[in-house]
Design a protein around this ligand. Structure first.
Ligand code: CP3
Length: 355
């Protein structure tokens, strides 16, 4: 394998010294880029981009080609590939988000769910990872990812996106044993899937717990964090002679950082509702932090963006252990030049915080 030319993302996750704070953006390959919209039109639709390794590779590279400041690439795919491989029939209705042909409603439905084999059932994702690694040729590290069991369960039980998670919450409280069986099957599936991505060439992995913050404090521990902890303990943590850092991102998890920091991961993703300096103080030396600019700041002018970047860097303070990111995904309406101003500001303003 080619040596990494830029490893500051991996170094910061492991709290090793860096020259400037590394940066990437959640959803960096996406609809705000005209070149992405052109590729999607060419492929036909979003899932065709995900299922064809050449297209997945092409769109993964687009933000890197446009922004030389990006310190990591992220696999172009979706978290809902796992429920699709379990037989739920994922499709996207334009403007409506994801939908499933089959929903999971009963204990019998859950008992019937298979645990997908990453190579047989999700081979297109493994192929995308190895294709992208080859194309990157050591430029920056490649991030693999999965949804958390709880977040995947919400889509599987609701049949798509939801505002209130009515069916999923009802199942959790009516039939906690059924919910635990579903989450346990998902934890096994996610572990195998992420290990497959690591063996195919992913150099760090992130677990997206997008809806964990919607749970009560007690339910979060029992129905989300416990399963992420189980996944982390089953992951391959070293490959190709390097550590493979694990990042846990619970959106809305700011109240529970101390316990998330104890789950065994290397880093925590933060949304924008907590102060990163306070978060650093709370988690101490246990984990690195990734985040946490409000993605809507990118609607403001480049001077305002730069000043917000400066504020977050100052709040984190001196030293390594910070990967700059948005607190959630970049939105389709953002002007690509504003994203560029954001990325440049992170490198320009952060040198003073490193020796
Ligand atoms: O960050 C990246 O660049 C990697 C690619 C990525 C996508 N989805 C591509 C995508 C990642 C990491 C995801 C994760 C994902 N998918 C999550 C968790 C991340 C988070 O935001 O917290 C969730 C909840 C999903 C499920 C999903 N996929 C939804 C709800 C939607 C519709 C969103 C919308 O805004 O319409 C998708 C579609 C999707 N996934 C798109 C992209 C680029 C847009 C599809 C299109 O081109 O129309």
């Amino acid at each position: 394998m080619t040596a990494l030319k830029n490893d500051r993302f991996l170094r910061a996750l492991l709290k090793q010294p860096v020259d400037v704070t590394p940066v990437w953006m959640m959803r960096q390959a996406g609809r705000y880029l005209p070149e992405y919209r052109a590729s999607r039109a060419h492929a036909g639709d979003f899932m065709s981009l995900c299922m064809n390794p050449q297209f997945a590779c092409e769109v993964t590279m687009q933000p890197l080609d446009r922004y030389p400041q990006l310190d990591a690439a992220i696999l172009f795919s979706d978290i809902l590939t796992i429920p699709d491989a379990m037989g739920q029939g994922l499709y996207f209705e334009t403007g409506e988000g994801p939908r499933f042909k089959k929903v999971v409603s009963t204990l019998a439905d859950i008992e019937a769910l298979p645990i997908p084999d990453p190579h047989k059932d999700l081979g297109y994702v493994m192929d995308a990872v190895s294709t992208i690694r080859r194309e990157l040729n050591g430029r920056v590290p490649l991030i693999g990812f999965s949804g958390s069991p709880w977040t995947l369960a919400t889509y599987m039980v609701e049949g798509g996106s939801s505002k209130d998670f009515r069916k999923t919450k009802a199942m959790l409280y009516d039939n906690p044993q059924a919910m635990h069986l579903l989450l346990d099957k998902l934890a096994q599936s996610v572990t195998a899937y992420l290990n497959g991505q690591i063996m195919a060439g992913a150099q760090a992995v992130q677990i997206f717990d997008t809806w964990g913050g919607n749970l009560s404090a007690a339910a979060y521990q029992e129905f989300s964090l416990a399963y992420m902890r189980k996944i982390v303990s089953g992951l391959i943590r070293e490959h190709e002679g390097r550590k493979v850092p694990v990042i846990l991102f619970t959106k809305g998890g700011g109240l529970w950082l101390e316990s998330i920091a104890d789950a065994g991961a290397d880093a925590l993703g933060l949304d924008w509702t907590c102060d990163i300096g306070e978060a650093r103080h709370r988690v101490g030396n246990r984990v690195a932090l990734q985040g946490n600019m409000d993605p809507t700041v990118l609607y403001a002018n480049p001077e305002a963006i730069r000043s917000e970047v400066g504020r977050i860097l100052a709040s984190y303070g001196k030293g390594t252990g910070h990967v700059f990111n948005l607190g959630h995904g970049i939105t389709p309406e953002v002007n690509p030049e504003h994203a560029g101003a954001f990325l440049r500001a992170v490198h320009e303003l952060s040198a003073q915080y490193h020796e």
